[in-house]
Every structure is written in structure tokens, then in C-alpha cells.
Design a protein around this ligand. Structure first.
Ligand SMILES: Cc1ncc(COP(=O)(O)O)c(C=O)c1O
Length: 421
């Protein structure tokens, strides 16, 4: 199905959202870029200066082989203060989830849901038993670790995972509690703490248990550099574990599995640490103001988050699928509708934290969807609601080139930014 210039059919194809590239291609050349509220990325990093440096060196970055992954990992470790033998670096943490599944998840895995889809889909695809522990809306999707341990024991799960903060709700667990959790499960084959979003946490100064994982028998901490460095396209992530586990994973990875862009960025981050810290500060500030701004939408519930995204529950009667399509085709705003996430429904959307101007557009888009819905209801009692401006719908009708296109994409917007995939 097509609305305006965007192929909305792309949104209905699988468990994961289509890339911004795929959506943009469907819109054709010269279209206004979409604003990405879907893929959780740091909008303040890299800085324009860093991008300029990368662009300047692009030719040699792309032309030559990168260093082998051991050298790039050693550099990352020297920057982050980690022991190289405790780290394995790969093309995004998704690659590491895949290898952990192949090498270390033998029969069963426990995971709270809703969560990042690969944590359930990957082991299911390879025939493992996935023990899903449902987080409750009534508890704000908070994870009670003691109850989760009891669940793991009752199911006899051999591997346990938590995401801290969790995706899609942004729920956060303090370091002390996470350590108590992993220490209660030393008899398991593996305990994974996925800290892909932990740099966005503001509630605690040192929330990561990575240094603790390195000296424990069965704990892996997972990190995704794409999210906090705002560079999903480069595909880099790493794990921290004791040398035996880290070595086992590092050994199966190809020698030149990391690309030259990843290598270049790893060598740059030291010089831009101040800018990186500032980007995290700005993001935490935006998270507060975004929650405030979203409260302008009557009936919307915003869940507290320590990630770079906010989970919301829509007002009664609103459809997440329709709203997502409306925002994309009418306002060029790309949001994550959570109906295809296990443990969620279409009443929930996840919004990436973005600067205030973008959030205002999002809230205005949602308010106009509310008016649109109201107008649709009224349409049955009014002969021609699209020419009646009571609900602001006349602009929809005049901008629509196609008779069935009630929610066309506007061509006139001037300043919009699309983040990478
Ligand atoms: C909790 C969690 N872990 C891992 C990933 C995968 O990240 P990467 O892009 O590094 O593969 C995601 C992606 O959204 C995620 O939400």
C-alpha cells in the first residue's frame, strides 16, 4: 500500500523496522528527508567536526584494508581502560548475540519480554527453548530481579539475559542489584547483561558491570557502540567477559571482521571525549523535556526511561499502526510501533529522544492525528468533512494528489534531519 510518497508496505514486513535507507528509496529522489524517531541513535554525536574529518579521509578509509580486529580491539581497550583479553569486538552487538547463541546457549534461555527481538528470535531460530518472563504494564514494565531469579529456577533455564536499560521501555536496574542477580546465578552456563544503552543512564554515575564481568565465571556484558556513538551504519559492538569466554568468541570471528570506518572512529573517540560527554548530557536533558512535551497529548502515558527512547501508551481508541502510518506519510516522522514485539501491543509506540524542535513536530503530528480521528468519526454524520475546516482536514484534502490518499506527505517542509539507519 502507498500513502503519499512513502511505501507503507515496508512497515508491515517483519519483526524489525525497515531502514531509513529503504524508506527514503521508496520515496524517490529529491524527497524531503524523514525525521527518524524509530532507530535509537545519539543525535548529538558524532559532532559535525567529526563528520567533516571522516568525510575528508573517506577515500583512504574505503580504499585500504583495516587493521586486523585484534589491533582495533586493543586500541578500543586502551581508550576504555579494559584488558584486551577480556574483550571481543564485532559488527554490532547483534553479531555477538548470534555467536553467543551458536557457541554458548545449548538448550534454553530466559529473557524478560518485551525486549530487543533478537534475544528471543535468534535462539528460537536455532531450536533453543526460550523462557519468556513477561514484564507487566501495571508495574511500568519494571523488572523485579528476585522474581526473575525464581522464574529462572522454576523453568530450569541454563542461560539468563537482562537488558539494562531495557528496550523498548528504558527500564533501568542499579549496578548493585545487577551484581546480586549475576551472583545468584553462578551455576548457569551463561548470564548476559546487555548494556547496549547504558551510556545514556543518568540515574547512576557508574552503572556498568563490565569490569565485574571480566572476573566472573559466567557473565558476559554486551555493548553496542552504534547507539551511543550515533553510528549505527558502521556496525560495531563488543562484549566483556573473563578471558576464557571472550577468547572463545574472539576466536570464531574473522581476522578482518571490522571495517576501516570502525577503526577510524575507534582512533578518534579519545580526542572527542568532551564532546561525547556533552552529547550524553544534552540527550538526558532532552529526555526530560521530551516527556514534558509529550504530555501535551491528552490521554498519552509516557513510561520513565533511562535509555535514549521513550515508550508511550496511546490514548484509548487510537491505533498505533494508523498513527505510525499517519505520522510518516503526512508529517515525515518515522516512529516505532511496538505491536510486533513479543509482550507488547499496537497501543504502544517507542520514540527516540530527539531535540525539542523535532519533538514539537511529533507532538503536533499526534495532535493532528487526534483531530483526524475525530474528523473520521464525524465524517459519518457530515456530508463532506474534508472541505469542512473544523478538524483541520481541509489541508489534507487539498494536498492530496490521489483520491484515496487522506494522509499525504507534505512537500513543503524545509529543515529536516534524518539519522543513519
Ligand atoms: C538491547 C539491544 N541489544 C542489542 C541491539 C543490537 O545493536 P547493534 O546495532 O549493535 O547490533 C539492540 C538494537 O536495537 C538492542 O536494542
Amino acid at each position: 500500500m502507498r500513502h503519499g510518497n512513502v511505501d507503507l508496505g515496508l512497515l508491515r514486513t517483519g519483526a524489525h523496522s525497515p531502514s531509513v535507507f529503504a524508506l527514503s528509496r521508496s520515496m524517490g529522489e529529491g524527497s524531503t528527508p524523514i525525521v527518524d524517531f524509530c532507530i535509537p541513535c545519539n543525535p548529538y554525536f558524532p559532532t559535525p567536526e567529526m563528520f567533516a574529518a571522516l568525510s575528508q579521509n573517506l577515500e583512504s578509509i574505503l580504499k585500504y584494508y583495516p587493521s586486523d580486529s585484534g589491533s582495533i580491539t586493543a586500541k578500543l581497550c586502551s581508550v576504555l581502560g579494559l584488558h584486551p583479553q577480556t574483550v571481543a569486538m564485532a559488527n554490532g552487538s547483534t553479531e555477538l548475540i548470534t555467536w553467543l547463541d551458536h557457541l554458548m546457549i545449548k538448550e534454553s534461555i530466559a529473557i524478560p519480554i518485551p525486549t530487543f527481538g533478537r534475544w528471543t528470535d535468534q535462539p528460537l531460530e536455532t531450536g533453543k527453548r526460550v523462557d519468556m518472563y513477561p514484564l507487566q504494564e501495571a508495574d511500568g514494565y519494571a523488572l523485579d530481579l528476585e522474581e526473575y531469579v525464581a522464574f529462572i529456577r522454576s523453568r530450569g533455564s541454563r542461560v539468563a539475559v537482562i537488558c539494562n536499560p531495557n528496550n523498548p521501555d528504558g527500564g533501568f536496574l542499579p549496578r548493585r542489584e545487577v551484581l546480586r542477580f549475576v551472583d545468584a546465578l553462578t551455576d548457569l552456563d551463561l548470564v548476559v547483561v546487555d548494556e547496549s544503552f547504558i551510556d545514556f543512564v543518568e540515574a547512576e554515575r557508574q552503572p556498568s558491570i563490565a569490569p565485574d564481568a571480566a572476573i566472573r565465571p559466567n557473565v558476559v556484558v554486551l555493548k553496542s557502540l552504534g547507539k551511543n556513538f550515533g553510528l549505527h551504519g558502521i556496525r560495531f559492538g563488543y562484549l566483556v567477559a573473563n578471558p576464557q569466554i571472550a577468547g572463545k568468541i574472539a576466536k570464531v570471528l574473522p581476522k578482518w571482521n571490522l571495517n576501516s570506518l570502525a577503526e577510524t572512529v575507534v582512533h578518534m573517540i579519545q580526542d572527542y571525549e568532551t564532546e561525547y560527554r556533552e552529547s550524553l548530557r544534552l540527550l538526558a536533558r532532552d529526555r526530560y523535556s521530551m516527556a514534558d512535551e509529550l504530555n501535551r497529548v491528552p490521554g498519552l502515558t509516557v513510561f520513565p526511561s533511562q535509555g535514549n527512547f521513550l515508550l508511550v501508551k496511546l490514548p484509548p481508541g487510537w491505533s498505533g499502526v494508523d498513527l505510525r502510518d499517519f505520522l510518516l506519510s503526512r508529517h515525515g516522522l518515522y516512529v516505532r510501533e511496538c505491536g510486533n514485539k513479543l509482550g507488547m501491543t499496537s497501543q504502544f509506540l517507542r520514540f527516540v529522544v530527539r531535540p525539542t524542535d523535532d519533538v514539537r513536530q511529533l507532538v503536533d503530528g499526534m495532535l493532528s492525528y487526534g483531530r483526524y480521528l475525530h474528523g473520521e468519526a464525524e465524517r459519518y454524520s457530515s456530508p463532506d468533512p474534508l472541505t469542512d475546516d473544523r478538524y483541520g482536514l481541509s489541508s489534507l484534502s487539498s494536498a492530496s494528489p490521489e483520491p484515496d490518499n487522506l494522509i499525504p506527505y507534505p512537500r513543503s517542509r524545509s529543515r529536516l534531519a534524518a539519522s543513519a539507519n
